[in-house]
Design a protein around this ligand. Sequence first.
Ligand code: MRU
Length: 349
Amino acid sequence: MGSLSAMEFVDNTLKLIDQRQLPNKFSFFVCKTWQDCDYAIKDMVVRGAPAIGAAAAYGAVLAAMQYKNHSGADFVNLMHNAMASLSKARPTAVNLNWAINRMLNVFDSLDWTKPEEAGNILKQEADCLHNEDIEKSKKLSLFGADLIADGARILTHCNTGFLAVPGPGTALGMIKAAYGSGKKLSVFADETRPRLQGARLTAWELLTEGIPCTLIADSVAACLMRDGKVDLVVVGADRIAANGDTANKIGTFALSLAAAHFRIPFYVAAPLSTIDPSCATGNQIKIEERPATEVTMLDGIKLAPDGINVYNPAFDVSPAENISAIITEKGVLRPPFSESIANALGKNK
Ligand code: MRU
């Protein structure tokens, strides 16, 4: 399982595991154009902050291949439009902007009178970004594993493993690394309404790895904490503000409140590319709202009456004061996060 990857660039296409079909069907969605990639990110064929960043980087490669017969300013405009669209495919995970900015910097430094060369150069950059992400995931998983004691009962939310991240994962990467080092542990996986990433993906990923896992409805988590059945909570992140406020899958905020109330360590695991220093606090993080049908329908079955109003934010923000530590590829950041984050980003030197 360790070698499975959410994406692979083969034969000038981006081949994605179609996460919408799991766990019922293991199938692939093949992107031949940047528009296919844009759609795949929007429709959550591929999801998870680092994974959509890497997919978007490959989307830029597809664009360069599509437009290689255009020339001059025409080529540059087409590429800029494609990259602008990819960077906006989903608004909360900052990894998308981060990855596209990196691709844009390379693209803008090219001799754009030779469009036929752009595809290869951008492909090298996307591979580099993808490989670096894998290394970051491995490093942060090892740092995080040290925080997990033998016998720990861990609660997690959403999906943060290899499907969401190039490499072993963030929160799930920590769990896998701790388990791999011989620690006995067990995981409560929140089902994660409405898209059920916990039930569909995390439960599947942990079962496949042989890691003991119990699936719970989201509303069960606080009771488990009250009953002393959870030793730590660990989640991923979609965007972390400069002060440590963290946007993650809807439901994470409630978990952070319950963990703070019951004095249970609450960890966030994410690469530094998930930190957005341009957001001073979580108030500046844009929260994606998704279609009402994600709440009113389940696999084509109606769950609510026609005409009902629905509010469906995909993410929420957990305040820094509820977070015990942020685990990154540069080590474990502790409060006060304004300082530890600035240090990790090299801003306090
Ligand atoms: O809407 P999703 O499935 O893309 O949301 C994913 C999450 O919220 C993850 O917890 C987050 O991206 C961290 S993934 C390592």
